[in-house]
Design a protein. Structure first.
Length: 151
């Protein structure tokens, strides 16, 4: 399964909206943004289960920075969709949407935006919405990605 994550206010915070992972000296010196607490374990679990992780962001961060940000935590990102790729690859009517994961083969997108939730209902794609203030955000994602079946 191809799973994508938004960056701003989902995995990264500019205003300390949520606790973040500890950074080593190298990450601090290179000014890598700290990831939301729980990101590393969640993503490693997703990868161990054989799924792909993608980043789908409207930010202007360079792709090499995003790849490096995650690889320094042992997380291999399979692909990145930034604003430029979003606009270039979508039809005129879909370009105005904040995100449209099906255009990139993404089966589930994780975001903080209520607009993404609305668009997922209208256009029929799967989205998991986690707000910055949700301290149990990784559990919400795990329950939706890997529901426990009861026999």
């Amino acid at each position: 399964m191809r799973i994508s994550f938004d960056l701003d206010q989902t995995l990264l915070t500019a205003t300390n909206e949520f606790p973040t992972e500890k950074q080593n000296l190298f990450q601090k010196v290179l000014r890598f943004e700290p990831l939301r607490l729980g990101t590393i374990n969640l993503m490693k679990e997703i990868l161990e289960k054989g799924h792909e992780i993608w980043i789908y962001t409207c930010s202007s961060r360079p792709k090499h920075y995003v790849y490096e940000l995650f690889i320094r935590h042992g997380i291999e990102i399979s692909g990145i969709i930034n604003r430029k790729k979003h606009v270039t690859n979508l039809s005129v009517e879909k370009r105005t949407l904040a995100k449209f994961p099906p255009a990139f083969g993404i089966e589930i997108h994780i975001d903080n935006s209520d607009n993404v939730k609305i668009y997922s209902g209208i256009f029929g794609f799967n989205a998991i919405i986690v707000k910055p203030e949700n301290e149990n955000w990784t559990q919400v994602i795990r329950e939706k990605l890997f529901p426990v079946s009861v026999n």
